[in-house]
Design a protein around this ligand. Sequence first.
Ligand code: ADP
Ligand code: MG
Length: 329
Amino acid sequence: MNKQIPMHKLFVVIFMLAQITTAYSSEWVVRDAEIMGTTIHTEVWHQDERIAQQVADLVIQTMHEVNQSMSPYIETSELSLVNKNAATEVLPVTDELYAVIDHALHYSQMTNGAFDVTFASVGYLYDYRNAVRPTKSDIQQQLQGVNYKHIVLDANRKTIHFKQPQVRIDLGGIAKGYAVDLAITRAQEHGVERIFVSAGGDTRILGDREGRPWVIGIRHPLNREKVIAKIPLVNEALSTSGDYERYFDEDGVRYHHIIDPKTGDSARKVHSVTILGPTAMDTDALSTSVFVLGAREGLKLLESLEAIEGIIVDNEANLLFSSGLQNIE
Ligand code: ADP
Ligand code: MG
């Protein structure tokens, strides 16, 4: 019998080989940048390397855009204008800023105010770099501005108004996650199916690395050399909040950048929280939320949410996993 492979099959085989060679002939494109007070890192792959280059640039540009509109430190940012004028006016805002603040309020309701972007009404009195913190009476004074219920959004008109003159918003607990998601969406629009984007503690991954998952190591908050868990990830977002990011110690007490809105003081029930979920805006807001809530209430919240998992290191250095992760260690 003639063992010759029929022509059409041969064609398929050769065609497939050609596909595989091109699949791995193009390189991963890597970019780093310092934006939003943190390190942005992206790795992009596309069969056409020029597209990967363009998308890597687009990721960095997206971070700049979000920073320009949502940074409270840039005087001309849309958020700064809101902070300046929303108590005296009903201000129209862009769909983008509206959506992020609306999402933040959703988490405030879900956490009974543990996540609250108006923490900034007292939060701005801290300067971690220069070890400056407010006095008890400064805190009492400014706590009057801390309540997400002071923010009034109008969904039809897309406006914002503050019911209290001391209110200030800071989106540091949610905007980086938003920016990472926006970068991923834009990458997808350019046909990219494999990409890694991180902005400080907020990461999102699309696809795999040459057939293998990305493996993300989570550091121990008290011993940065030690990795507490290695998690294989494909199509997932991951955020970490820790008390070792921006802080100073005074008389054995740590003052750091995650504030309990009820007290105006740093939240001290845990050392770090890592959240896994489908989108970075959600994992970002949830890592900050669970940090403030503490291990017991935080785990309860995580168990009630679909497709969300978490790892907590509490203030006695106990390692706690949500039920979906208990076999991962
Ligand atoms: P980072 O990646 O900056 O460490 P986190 O996700 O841990 O961010 O969030 C910390 C940031 O969240 C703070 O720098 C501050 O801007 C903001 N933040 C602090 N406390 C709260 C709070 N109770 N609710 C919402 N946002 C907060
Ligand atoms: Mg967060």
